[in-house]
Design a protein around this ligand. Sequence first.
Ligand code: SF4
Length: 486
Amino acid sequence: MGMMTSKDYRESLKLLKPEIYYMGEKVENILDHPAFVPHVNAAALTYDMAIAPEFEELTSATSHLTGQKINRFTHIHHSHDDLVKKVKMLRAIGQQTGSCFQRCVGHDGLNAVYSVTYDIDQKKGTGYHKRFVKLLKEIQARDLMISGAMTDPKGDRSLPPSKQKDPDAYLHIVQRKTGGIVVRGAKAHITGAVNSHGHLVMPTTSMTADDADYAVCCYVPVDALGVIHVFGRQTNDTRKCDCMLDQGNVEYGIVGGEALIVFDNVFVPWEHVFMCGEYEFAYQLVERFATAHRQNYGGCKTGLADALIGATYLLAEAQGTGGATHIREKLVDMVHLAETLYCCSIACSCQGYALPADSYMADPLLANVTKLNVTRNVYEIARLAQDIAGGILATLPAETDWKDPRVGKYVDKYMKGAADVSTETRMRLIRLLEAMTCGTALVESMHGAGSPQAQRIMIWRQANLEHKKRLAQKLAKIGEQPFLVC
Ligand code: SF4
């Protein structure tokens, strides 16, 4: 019990037996499988950084439940300072990994469920919050990694859960028993799912009384009977299996190792059920989770951008263009774009507020603005990195050709840039830029924490446009007595 190290975390995963499939095969041990190792490494770093003296002020916290020192990824925010520290922590970890470290989704889920169970109990006289606090204490004490399993497959997007042709398009309750409930359905794109200890299942949309069986929130261990994981493919993922240098970010990979989680008639005991039919609270849970996760994106993505900007500058130097004025201008633009995202995340944290459960959440409008900016700024940062890198980003010969006895010497000779930088260094930087700006990495910035349209809907709801109209009416003297003109 207590805070884990990365070694403890890996040992704890060995004790679990989750059902996982990837590329047509059942995977028995993710710790030995090259497709999974980078994602485990990234999550593992969240454990070591929580106890590292130079980071622990950001990466650890004091439990309000037990007074014990805990990993911040299991902490419930109780102040603006907690919200700001979360953002700073994500930037600090992102700088080290250059990739998603996954643990934030469950952290945001814990905070959302903590506050919403309190609200349900206040209105309905249920006992969800007490149950949830019991689980939370265990998660904090054992330093568990929890996935935030929110997004349903959704089927026909024009229809609500209860009107879908396939009733399993959204996860739902199929049976209520004396000891608990049985759920069926799936959750898609779930970050860090296969290397988590358990899944925090939450509804994904607002609901009506017809959807009551879909309004379910519960905790399910990763290896519970009937839970099946299908690991997603990524751009260039076969490189994980047959090369090192060409992977770009060998240690931490690209994005968060997302998986489809199937819940095939999974039994959940009552002690792990935190919403069971209270459809009127589904939207509240979605909004609080989404706000918390969108708050993050100017933290982790800025950390990644710091590493990307560094790689871009190094590559420019390796190619002899580091001192060119137009390169410096573009690097300034990259920094400007990244720091704008950071400003957004810090601002929505500082504008956060206390909820009835006495926990804190970020300002929803500013958090959604943060994430919507990420869907643009990260692409622009990537575009500038690719502009500076040159076409070699798309045409660099393979690591195996660089090592080939016949053509290796030619690859080394003609792929060299500035005389004082080795070809290997240039190749490594090109591959890192490729990994961080091509394919999967960008899609994650667009759709992670919800697609842009989801942010637009929340911005529309939060923007208080009626107030803005009244401001204009006042200035234009609309509806007032006209001034007397002498
Ligand atoms: Fe955390 Fe960022 Fe990954 Fe989301 S995308 S889980 S906020 S590192």
